[in-house]
Write a protein that binds this ligand. Structure first.
Ligand SMILES: Nc1ncnc2c1ncn2[C@@H]1O[C@H](COP(=O)(O)OP(=O)(O)OP(=O)(O)O)[C@@H](O)[C@H]1O
Ligand SMILES: [Mg+2]
Length: 271
């Protein structure tokens, strides 16, 4: 994925996420994390390669159908983009009505999601009457009110203190436990280290690590551990490279998301 001016957004970044997985994407500024999000919501088109979500090739979705596709995806960004002149309740209700929900459905679903996100006592507050953490919870409530099968969160704890960040991450984790596939791009090393979920690390648009229950950064090794590793890698077996390195060198060019929908199955609405 190259941006028009020639900047590399992603470069051969191939990965597959199973339905119902929780995944962290980490990497320094400019490494391509948000580019993944933009591609997944079809805000950008890849310059090469392919992206499949729930069995559908994104390039094949017609322009006019994109809004239907997006109804399946909840999105939480660092700048919450709440409507300043609407209450907590209305911010969430508005998101639901934008998907075509009827008033009855809105009245049923909004209180539920506000309970889930711990906002029941703040329904009538306006965004400027909320703390940063509460605002971010409204953003999560808004993204989840429609119970999308896929939730994308780009730096959801960016401006929050560690305690508040933990609350947001617990919320995302609860949503994942309820069956949603959750993808979180973050610089929050503390959180990634605590949660020990799958971690994909990007560097200059390339995937340099894909670990099942990883840390934010690969742990510093003690000298003994390092020499043990060398012994293992190069020792009696005569290996010519450390174990695991081949994992990082997969040449595939496709990015696939989830499994193909099956009848009556996985929560993906038609798009
Ligand atoms: N609209 C754009 N036009 C041109 N280049 C862009 C654009 N958006 C991003 N880029 C470039 O693409 C690369 C990846 O950017 P991206 O926003 O995906 O990084 P990121 O990992 O999300 O960084 P951060 O941690 O700062 O949010 C960067 O080199 C960036 O400069
Ligand atoms: Mg970003």
């Amino acid at each position: 994925m190259h941006y028009p001016a020639g900047d590399i957004g992603l470069d051969g970044a191939s990965f597959h996420v199973r339905r119902g997985e929780f995944l962290f994407i980490v990497g320094s500024t400019g490494s391509g994390k948000s580019t993944i999000m933009r591609l997944l919501i079809k805000e950008r088109e890849p310059t090469s390669g392919s992206i499949r979500v729930a069995g559908r090739e994104l390039a094949e979705i017609e322009h006019g159908k994109v809004p239907y596709y997006r109804r399946n995806i909840g999105v939480v960004f660092q700048d919450f983009k709440l409507l300043p002149n609407r209450t907590v309740y209305d911010n969430v209700a508005y998101a639901l009505s934008a998907t075509g929900a009827r008033r009855k459905e809105i009245r049923a679903k909004v209180p539920d999601v506000l309970r889930l996100t711990g906002l029941s006592t703040k329904l009538h507050n306006y965004p400027d009457q909320l703390s940063g953490g509460e605002q971010q919870r409204v953003a999560v409530a808004r993204a989840f009110v429609n119970h999308p099968p896929l939730l994308l969160a780009d730096e959801p704890t960016g401006n929050l203190d560690p305690h508040t960040s933990l609350g947001i991450m617990q919320l995302l984790y609860r949503i994942y436990r309820a069956g949603t596939t959750v993808l979180v791009a973050t610089h929050d090393s503390h959180m990634v280290d605590r949660m020990r979920r799958r971690v994909i690390e990007l560097q200059g648009g390339r995937i340099v690590r894909d670990e099942a229950s990883g840390l934010y950064a690969q742990r510093d090794q003690t000298t003994d551990e390092f020499s043990d590793m060398l012994d293992h890698a190069y020792g009696e077996l005569g290996r010519d490279q450390p174990q695991g390195l081949e994992e990082l060198q997969r040449p595939a060019q496709t990015t696939e998301w989830g499994s193909p929908p099956h009848a009556g199955g996985d929560g993906w609405r038609n798009y």
